[in-house]
Design a protein around this ligand. Structure first.
Ligand code: ZN
Ligand code: ZN
Length: 338
């Protein structure tokens, strides 16, 4: 008799946006309005990640909502304009009291964020930014030292391709869904980048975020809130609870479909989900199992699949009848097969 091992912890799930801009930088809602809007729409936490300056909003945290602390760091390449390339990284504080900026330079701070320059804390000399994998790897390592987890944001919008990310080390989260990128530029998701990381033997945790700036009006096509989020399985709604669940991969990214459970019994893996039109359990490379799509779309609520050891890992992809998707992280075979 095989013991049931939950790969997605069987506990309360909290709805979290790990990428948001406010009036602190180029967003159009204040931090207070952002909290109110997201709470009204069923969220339990938002990471306030304004451009280039770390401005904590711990005062917005209460019993029902957690204001995660962070900021977005940008490394541009080339002239301003539609063909400029970037690395965009979110630094997400593991605890609410991290303050030190990583590889800081005041000339990288622009717009409203400049008002917060007097509050910036940093160590050592100013650091000039270099668009290279080597620089980004040192940056990620320094961010970890200072107490941050690192999210690699929207590579498609950044006009990045394989050579830009093939050598990256230590990326904790990979942003697969980004609402503003889809709402304003109609660029697609970054799940092929996720597969590239996996094929390289790296296992970042996929995330889905709004990167909201709220410049449009609610209801317009360009409204960039509520498009993608993370469901985080945590025993409790607290700053540390959410961040340690995220760090351990007790989460999945979604545009709508819900994953209720992923568990293994021996080499049999079961996925239980909200009704979807498409469900794929994908192993390494070409291996995988796709639940046949029926005409009665929306009729699939789970599957049990036998995982062959040569799969090495699997991940779950869901799509509902509206084309909205959800992605699990990649689970290594050694996590459940001994
Ligand atoms: Zn960005
Ligand atoms: Zn952003």
């Amino acid at each position: 008799m095989n013991v049931k091992k939950y790969l997605l912890p069987n506990t309360q799930q909290y709805k979290v946006n790990l990428h948001a801009h406010t009036t602190v930088s180029d967003g159009h809602m204040t931090p207070e309005e952002t909290k109110a809007y997201y709470k009204k729409n069923g969220y339990h936490a938002v990471a306030f990640t304004d451009h280039e300056v770390l401005v904590p909003h711990n005062d917005l945290t209460d019993d029902t909502f957690v204001a995660l602390v962070g900021y977005e760091y940008s490394i541009p390449l080339g002239e301003k304009g539609p063909m400029r390339r970037y690395y965009h990284l979110n630094f997400l504080s593991r605890t609410p009291d991290v303050r030190t900026h990583v590889f800081f330079h005041p000339k990288a701070v622009w717009g409203n964020a400049r008002n917060y320059l007097p509050t910036v804390e940093y160590k050592g000399e100013y650091v000039e930014r270099v668009y290279s994998t080597e620089f980004v790897n040192r940056l990620i390592s320094e961010a970890h030292e200072e107490g941050y987890l690192v999210q690699y944001n929207h590579p498609h919008w950044s006009l990045q391709y394989y050579p830009d990310y093939e050598g990256l080390e230590g990326v904790d989260f990979l942003e697969i869904f980004n609402t503003v990128v889809n709402a304003s530029c109609r660029l697609d998701r970054d799940d092929h980048v996720f597969d590239d990381f996996l094929w390289l033997g790296k296992f970042p945790i996929p995330t889905g975020n709004d990167d909201n700036h709220n410049e449009a009006y609610e209801g317009e096509q360009r409204w960039d809130s509520l498009g993608a989020y993370n469901m985080v399985a945590s025993e409790e709604l607290s700053y540390e609870g959410l961040m340690s669940a995220l760090e351990s991969g007790a989460t999945y990214a979604t545009e709508g479909p819900r994953i209720h459970a992923i568990y293994a019994e021996g080499n049999k893996v079961t996925v239980v989900c909200s009704p979807v039109a498409y469900l794929r359990v994908q192993g390494n490379g070409r291996h995988g199992y796709t639940v046949p799509v029926h005409r009665d779309v929306g009729g699939i609520e789970g599957v049990t699949v036998e995982i062959a050891p040569e799969w090495k890992y699997f991940r779950v992809i869901l799509e509902d009848e509206h084309g909205l998707r959800a992605y699990s992280r990649a689970y290594r075979v050694e996590e459940f097969l001994v």
